[in-house]
Design a protein around this ligand. Structure first.
Ligand SMILES: [Zn+2]
Ligand SMILES: [Zn+2]
Length: 317
């Protein structure tokens, strides 16, 4: 099969011909129809996440079809032990021995992939393959982050990429008000956010017209944490949704005082997946996806790095 392979962090992926993977017990072989690109993939390529299997096939937002014709979605959480203290307390996202798709397990930047079927999801009808793929991480972990924002009415989204474009729609559906923050000067990103229901959009260096009750930070920029705290109402929460972030600069305690909270969100549980995939068609979440042929994975990654993707980038073998 054709695959795009990471051999050394810091180097582009290499197009390679690999032997077809074989399904072991409990596993299923999928023909990959689409695999969305995630910011996490860039962190792995750049060596900021330090424990990938190598060589590695990236990709953890996979839409594939089984040999008997069933369409399944494959998320980041690829395997858990089911027995550690986290698994036993409904927190399998924190499993001590978890294995992640496209990181410790080969993923979907390929024509075929083998996965543990217990961690796959049936996908809602009505989403073509390329539009279903971004639901599996951008949507799903975005949704978990939104839940961590509690019942916040005025929601700030920092970084308006693949995840935020989905979360904005869900938040509006829930009756929240959305304010979007992009890189300063990114007027296209701000216009995109307004199209998806943001009542205000501006640069991350701007003060919004009102205080926020919660902020979700999707951009991997630690300086956004004190920036978001500084526009948060009392008791508000800042949710860091990404797996990696540059260092958070020191800030005065005053920004955290009055019961403001800073927290991260890690991975997903299968319960998150079921809940979100049932909700998405009800909103209905509309996915803006730009498709790239599989062999253009490096182009897609570079475009994502440069902030040049409107919505989600999706690889199609
Ligand atoms: Zn992801
Ligand atoms: Zn566990």
């Amino acid at each position: 099969m054709r695959a795009m392979v990471l051999e050394t962090p810091g180097r582009p992926l290499r197009e390679a011909e690999l032997p077809d993977p074989e399904a072991g017990p409990g596993q299923v072989l999928l023909e990959v129809r689409a695999c969305a690109v995630c910011r996490t993939d860039l962190h792995i390529v750049d060596g900021e996440l330090t424990k990938p299997k190598l060589p590695l096939v990236l990709g953890h937002q996979i839409v594939g079809v089984t040999e008997d014709g069933r369409r399944l979605g494959v998320p980041w959480l690829g395997w858990t032990d089911g027995e550690c203290r986290y698994c036993r307390s409904s927190r399998e996202n924190l499993c001590d021995r978890a294995l992640f798709t496209g990181y410790q397990l080969d993923g979907g930047y390929a024509e075929r992939v083998v996965v543990d079927e217990r961690f796959c999801f049936p996908l809602p009808d009505g989403y073509p393959d390329a539009e279903a793929a971004p639901l599996l991480c951008a949507g799903l972990i975005g949704y978990r982050s939104l839940r961590m924002a509690g019942d916040a009415e005025r929601l700030g989204l920092y970084g308006f990429g693949s995840s935020a474009h989905i979360v904005a729609q869900v938040a509006r559906h829930q009756g929240r008000r959305v304010l979007a923050f992009t890189k300063p000067g990114d007027t296209e990103g701000q216009a995109f956010a307004r199209e998806l229901g943001a009542e205000w959009a501006g640069g991350s260096d701007e003060r919004p017209p009102e205080e926020l009750d919660a902020a979700i930070i999707f951009a991997p920029v630690g300086a956004l944490v004190p920036a978001a705290l500084s526009v948060l109402a009392k008791g508000g929460v800042v949710v860091c949704a990404g797996i990696h972030m540059s260092d958070i600069p020191a800030f005065p305690y005053e920004l955290l005082w009055e019961e403001r909270v800073v927290r991260s969100v890690a991975n997903l549980t299968r319960a998150d997946g079921k809940e979100f995939l049932a909700l998405a068609p009800q909103v209905p979440v509309r996915i803006e996806a730009e498709a790239f042929p599989l062999e253009q994975a490096n182009v897609a990654l570079d475009r994502l790095r440069a902030g040049g993707i409107r919505g989600s980038a999706v690889l199609v073998p």
